[in-house]
Design a protein around this ligand. Structure first.
Ligand code: HEM
Length: 406
């Protein structure tokens, strides 16, 4: 059998693709739903049913044993600080270590902790919208003025990062996520390594501080867990997962508010309907998560030789599972190209599925619903001027500013 390839369909550095990848995903789903892309030495998977099945398939994982050098080039010593923050991160390990660390994290980050954050989240959002209402010139940048401050404050509070240590969180995170881009440059790699080293040093200082004066924050609770029983969670694992939480805990929330508000304001009749009936907010948030997916794809590796859909995949094979394309699959969603705040059901895969399903999904939903409800207090909210541009990235789809009037 001739192997299906993406051929000329998939050109991930093409500016037109990066500006609007969805027409390309539609053609891939129709013509080559599981196709080999030589440029990344990976299979590109674009249909909902395949993404769903492969995310649940335990023969796949985020990484194969890092000690198994036959499937990966030897690590670049210059990347050691980055490798160190990956080593114990939930996102980069598989059971049984994943199960052990997830259990430890669950013990310190429970649904009770998330519920307790609701009032704090509403208060932060209220404060931001009050500040906008108090302005004489009714112009704002939704990313800088609302989308970024909310999740950064929430996750920094949760982890126990003091106010004076927060300015670096966004630039560190932006630098670190560059390493997940398949088209990254050496400059992006160097920035990611530098950010990893600085971030890890800052978290280590917080661990020490929590030993001297423990608080009720996640870093203090993880440190107490480690000090009571180091076999449950090592200090390196605390650092790696604190960084994962601090990054994952704000990055995608900012990006859903940005991408989602852009979609909503491009559909003024739906915006008006929500202003009139704010009970529609939870469904509208799910549609924002689906329509312009902030994390377009994640990679998986084949952990043991397998076949799937007639294809033979030896151990080590790389797959790119396109959540953003699954979320636009007409086999699952009626008129998937239509932004519809009332869409129901909405089985999007924006939080992933299976072993690595997003731990922060309940918190993210709380934040997004609170932010959208508060933004409806500005009924005259409109896009201001030129079309905002997306960053030219393959994995992380986001805006760096969203100018509005209100
Ligand atoms: C709208 C916001 C968010 C989106 C779209 C999102 C999306 C995702 C996705 C797709 C994954 C799975 C990656 C994979 O399949 O390989 C994931 C994992 C994860 N997310 Fe989120 N996330 C969001 C918010 C958050 C928040 C607020 C937190 C922290 C409180 C968080 C913490 C994590 C962690 C720790 C993992 C790793 C879980 C594991 O590997 O077991 N995320 N997220």
């Amino acid at each position: 059998m001739r192997e299906p390839t993406t051929g000329a369909l998939f050109q991930p550095t093409d500016p037109a693709f990066l500006a609007d990848p969805y027409p390309t995903y539609a053609r891939l789903r129709d013509e080559a739903p599981i196709a080999w892309f030589e440029g990344w030495s990976a299979w590109i998977v674009t249909r909902h049913r395949d993404v769903d099945a492969l995310l649940r398939d335990r023969r796949l994982g985020r990484v194969i044993d890092p000690a198994d050098a036959s499937h990966a080039p030897p690590p670049d010593p210059a990347h050691a600080p980055f490798a160190a923050i990956q080593a114990g991160s939930l996102l980069e390990i598989e059971p049984p270590d994943h199960t052990r660390i997830k259990q430890a994290v669950h013990d310190v980050f429970t649904p009770r902790h998330v519920r307790a954050l609701r009032e704090r989240i509403d208060a932060i959002v209220r404060e931001r919208i009050d500040a906008l209402e108090a302005r004489t010139e009714r112009r704002a940048d939704l990313i800088r003025d609302v989308a970024e401050p909310l999740p950064v404050t929430v996750i920094a509070d949760l982890l126990g990062v003091p106010v004076e240590g927060r300015a670096e969180l966004v630039p560190w995170s932006k630098a670190i996520i560059g390493m997940f881009e398949p088209e990254r440059t050496p400059a992006m790699e160097a920035a990611a390594v530098r950010a990893a080293a600085e971030f890890a040093a800052a978290v280590r200082a917080l661990i020490e501080r929590s030993r001297a004066a423990p608080g009720d924050d996640l870093i203090s609770r993880m440190t107490a867990l480690h000090d009571a029983d180091p076999a449950r969670l090592s200090e390196g694992e605390i650092v790696a997962n604190a960084i994962l939480f601090l990054n994952a805990g704000h990055e995608a929330v900012v990006n859903v508010i940005g991408n989602g508000m852009l979609a909503l304001l491009r559909h003024p009749e739906q915006h008006a309907a929500l202003v009139a009936d704010p009970d529609g907010v939870p469904r509208a948030v799910e549609e924002m998560l689906r329509f312009d997916t902030p994390l377009q794809f994640f990679e998986r590796r084949v952990l043991e030789d397998m076949t799937y859909g007639g294809l033979v995949w030896p151990r080590g094979t790389k797959l790119c599972l396109y959540y953003a394309s699954a979320n636009r699959d007409p086999e699952v969603f009626d008129h998937p190209e239509r932004f519809d705040v009332a869409r129901y059901p909405n089985p999007h895969v924006s939080f992933g599925l299976g072993v690595h399903y997003c731990i922060g999904a309940p918190l993210a939903r709380l934040e997004l619903q609170s932010a959208l409800s508060a933004l409806l207090r500005l009924p005259n909210l409109r896009l201001d001027g030129a079309q905002p541009g997306y960053q030219p990235r393959n994995v992380f789809r986001y805006l760096t500013s969203l100018p509005v009037t209100y």
